[in-house]
Design a protein around this ligand. Structure first.
Ligand code: ADE
Length: 237
């Protein structure tokens, strides 16, 4: 997986890339490379944004700056680029990120992420250059960088080598193994802490019963999340 992140703050990603699970994947040949919008701006003084037409607070990332930055990196008209690789703009109003979208993006060989700043992007960037507009939640961050890191983390942890134990990714929240439900609860030692006991079944060593219990718990959490009555759907033991 090769990920290019277009940002005004490339050094934010130094910390991210040095985290163990990310570094493991990068050591295996994947890349996260940052491209500074400012480096290719056609405007003087490193200008990349401007005041919004129609008035209002804040600054808006300019379409000509993005055009120049993408063209400098890929050597093609950015309008063509999005038919060759997914170009994902991070914006609070985009498609909500979920495990399905993560899986879809993780299957791509290459990705381009665009991080907005200030009031965000000139709409023409989203309309003409981006293949996807993705939001990590219905709240506004000061820029797309943290959202891009969330997306990179969710993608990279799926790749071989990220997690010490590959099995940890198989049966986790929202996986097919759990029918798309949240993961079941986990416990570790001590088995009894201040009278809070670990469910007996987990101490039984009976693998089949444990698997059944976990699936039941996971389904119940799913029903609760969807606002359905957990008690009607088959056992909360
Ligand atoms: N940029 C600012 N807020 C954002 C959010 N919630 N998701 C994605 N990008 C953003």
């Amino acid at each position: 997986m090769r990920i290019d992140v277009f940002t005004l703050f490339p050094d934010w990603f130094d910390w991210f890339s040095s985290q163990r699970h990310v570094a493991n994947v990068l050591a295996g040949g994947s890349t996260v490379e940052c491209v500074d919008f400012r480096a290719a701006t056609p405007l003087s003084g490193g200008q990349v944004d401007d005041t919004p037409f129609g008035g209002g607070a804040g600054m808006v990332l300019r379409v000509d700056v993005l055009d120049a930055a993408l063209r400098a990196r890929y050597g093609v008209d950015p309008v063509e680029l999005r038919s060759r690789r997914r170009v994902v703009a991070l914006s609070p109003g985009g498609r909500l990120l979920d495990e399905q979208l993560v899986a879809e993006l993780a299957a791509e060989p290459e990705l381009t992420l665009l991080c907005g700043r200030y009031e965000g992007f000139d709409e023409r960037i989203l309309e003409h250059f981006a293949s996807d507009v993705v939001s990590i939640g219905r709240y506004v961050l000061s820029g797309g960088e943290l959202a891009a890191m969330v997306l990179c983390d969710a993608i990279l942890r799926r790749l071989p080598g990220a997690l010490g134990d590959e099995r940890s990714a198989e049966e986790e929240s929202f996986s097919a193994a759990l029918e798309g439900n949240p993961e079941y609860p986990h416990y570790t030692r001590p088995a009894d802490y201040r009278g809070w006991k670990v469910p007996e079944v987990l101490l039984s060593g009976h693998h089949e019963r444990i698997a059944e219990w976990r699936l039941r718990q996971s389904r119940e959490r799913g029903r609760r999340e969807r606002g359905e009555d957990a008690a009607t759907g088959g056992g909360a033991t």
